[in-house]
Design a protein around this ligand. Structure first.
Ligand code: SF4
Length: 350
């Protein structure tokens, strides 16, 4: 363990941040030199056909290779893997070729920067911004082939027997029972009252549940429900996973308590972080204590086991807490069946 030599390294008060920004600017020329000499930015200039010069980033280079079926690419190619953009090689490519084609996944990050560079002359720079490649969506070898006027690379058609399989909750998932019972209570209000978060339970948006209507960022289920409630929405319900709650939901709940918001927050306690493979999380076994400690009234922290046989009790709890004008936390507690299966298997092996 070594402390930073600059004791202000992580201090971003304005007076210090301004100096740091100047310092960062002064480093840019070194970064650029490093990028221009980097073995990861590969300029293949010896190609004969200079009608076109190609710039790729990331996965797009593989698409380009596939579009040529592994044959030699006839044009000069600059494969960029390190930033800032290696200006020297880009200018060389621009001067050598009649036109440029930029192939990059996601946003037209390089293409936009290129169009902002002061190049002499007016050679066309193609890419996502002028329609050579689609402006949105993932690229693939076929789209790259089309941009290069090559025959398409689409393989054989997908047989009818292969059907689309949208992601779904596991059969027997505890969230399934939580959503189906919640739907019974929320039916009279229509859709649009249940805010949620990111986790397996985001699939509660999909049929057959159609239970939730938002997934923006971790913890936003609670803050959005609060905002909606403050603006007059009733009922305002948040559905958040146990680990997401511990990661980013607690501050939102504190806010609800401070403002006495009229919200019902459902914490899906499946005893794990299921979506990322079943890791432990910080508040395991302490959800009630956390909520109590933050200030949720004890009688409005309710717990049930989400199972079909418990629907009458679950529905009753939802109804009672919706009728309460204040902050309620309903904990739906049943272990993820996948982690449970893993545990059982390990026990049998032991
Ligand atoms: S992994 Fe667990 S929590 Fe996720 S859908 Fe399957 S049973 Fe539900």
């Amino acid at each position: 363990m070594k402390k930073p030599e600059d004791i202000f390294q992580f201090m971003l008060l304005p007076a210090i941040a301004r100096k740091k920004y100047q310092h960062h600017l002064s480093l840019q020329k070194d970064f650029l030199a490093e990028s221009e000499n980097s073995p990861y930015n590969v300029y293949t200039a010896e190609r004969k056909n200079t009608k076109l010069g190609i710039i790729t980033t990331g996965l797009a280079y593989n698409y380009l290779r596939e579009a040529y079926h592994g044959e030699e690419i006839p044009y000069p190619v600059l494969k960029i893997c390190q930033y800032p953009l290696p200006e020297k090689q880009i200018r060389q490519l621009y001067e050598t070729c009649d036109e440029l084609l930029v192939i990059e996944e996601g946003m037209p990050f390089v293409e936009e920067q290129l169009k902002g560079l002061a190049f002499p002359g007016l050679k066309p720079i193609h890419g996502r911004l002028d329609g050579y490649l689609p402006r949105a969506g993932e690229l693939n070898p076929n789209l790259v082939a089309k941009a290069l006027s090559l025959p398409d690379t689409i393989g054989r058609p997908v047989p009818d027997i292969v059907v689309g399989r949208p992601p779904a909750l596991c059969v027997g998932c505890p969230h399934s029972d939580t959503f189906l019972s919640l739907n019974e209570v929320m039916a009279e209000y229509g859709r649009g009252n249940v805010f949620s978060d990111i986790g397996c339970y985001t699939l509660g948006f999909m049929p057959p549940y159609n239970s939730i209507n938002s997934c923006v960022d971790m913890g936003a289920s609670i803050t959005m429900a609060k905002g909606a409630s403050d603006s007059g929405l009733f009922p305002a319900v948040a559905v958040i996973g146990d680990s997401t709650f511990c990661h980013s939901g607690i501050t939102g709940l504190l806010d609800c308590i401070y403002d006495k918001a009229n919200v019902m927050i459902i914490i899906l306690d499946n005893a794990t972080t299921a979506m990322t493979g079943g890791q432990n999380y910080t508040g395991y076994g302490k959800l009630e204590d956390i909520c109590l400690g933050l200030g949720v009234e004890k009688e409005h922290i309710r717990v049930f086991v989400p199972l079909k046989k418990n629907y009458p009790e679950m529905i009753q709890i939802y109804k009672e807490e919706l009728a309460y004008n204040g902050v309620s936390v309903v904990i739906a507690r049943r272990e993820c069946i996948q982690t449970l299966k893993k545990k059982n298997k390990m026990e049998i092996q032991e």
